[in-house]
Design a protein around this ligand. Structure first.
Ligand SMILES: NC(=O)c1ccc[n+]([C@@H]2O[C@H](COP(=O)([O-])OP(=O)(O)OC[C@H]3O[C@@H](n4cnc5c(N)ncnc54)[C@H](O)[C@@H]3O)[C@@H](O)[C@H]2O)c1
Length: 250
């Protein structure tokens, strides 16, 4: 119940999907959360549902485009103004595309790199000072199994998620002396709106190569993110956590 008692978390892309599941779980464990997303109405709605259920103002939804430094600064200021500081960042926002190498336009490449890769770097850059003030913190970067291995498509996505894996390790080494832990999470196929673009037959075929023969649920990723965000992971940094029903073990 109290694994994040007294902590304040900022979750990018928290309006829906895995980020929203993390916001709900974190609040259930005693945290207060700022939910940042480009989906302003949905971020406000998710925060409002959490507050209604909790009976207290423990969640706030704000506009955050992860590619914009000014938005990150506003998000950190909101954490400080609303809840007194910042202890946890979940760099969860991301976009997915299935285009192969030659089918990827420069425009598509730039948008995926900007959101999935630059967004993660900017998030860390703009939040570490606030964590330093608290004497430490935890950053959880959401990569993917696509950041560990390749496939026939999604070239830009693979590139960005691989970059998140090593950005995580570089930051972990740099900030370990300041007690800011940085880890990456690598989900497999998780049933959120992101994967609605996968044709149903391909999605079904994918299930058959997952040893557990199914997609994961957002809550199953959130449980791992909670562990990393909490003091239970006090000696864990620079590490990668695969949440994929065994896919990466094949
Ligand atoms: N669903 C999967 O199968 C899967 C697998 C591996 C990794 N992931 C990763 O998990 C994370 C969460 O994805 P999800 O499955 O919950 O999908 P989702 O599409 O439901 O959620 C992604 C969220 O990111 C937000 N977002 C997009 N661009 C943004 C921007 N510029 N600034 C701020 N927010 C932005 C979206 O509005 C959305 O709320 C992503 O990083 C994704 O790449 C997902």
């Amino acid at each position: 119940m109290d694994r994040l008692k007294g902590k304040v978390a900022l979750i990018s892309g928290g309006a829906r999907g895995q980020g929203a599941a993390e916001a709900r779980l974190f609040v259930g464990e005693g945290a207060r959360v700022v939910i940042g997303d480009v989906l302003d109405d949905q971020a406000a709605q998710t925060a409002s549902e959490i507050n209604s259920k909790t009976g207290a103002r423990v969640a706030v939804g704000i506009h955050l485009d992860v590619t914009r430094a000014a938005d990150w600064r506003n998000a950190v200021a909101t954490c400080q103004k609303e809840f007194g500081g910042l202890d946890i960042l979940v760099n969860n926002a991301g976009i997915f595309n299935m285009s192969g190498l030659e089918d990827t336009s420069e425009e598509l490449w730039d948008s995926i790199v900007n959101i999935n890769q630059k967004g993660v770097w900017l998030g860390m850059k703009e939040t570490v000072a606030a964590m330093r003030k608290r004497g430490g913190g935890s950053i959880v970067n959401i990569s993917s199994v696509a950041g560990l291995t390749g496939s026939t498509g999604s070239t830009a996505y693979h590139g960005t998620k691989g970059a998140v894996r090593l950005l995580t390790k570089a930051a972990a080494v740099q900030y370990a002396p300041e007690k800011i832990r940085v880890n990456s999470v690598h989900p497999g196929l998780i049933g959120t709106q992101m994967i609605d673009i996968i044709p149903p037959d391909q999605r079904q075929a994918f299930h058959s190569i997952v040893p557990m023969r199914r997609e994961g649920k957002p809550e199953e990723v959130a449980n791992v993110v909670l562990f990393l965000a909490s003091d239970d992971a006090s000696y864990v940094t620079g590490a990668e956590f695969v949440v994929d029903g065994g896919l990466n073990a094949v």
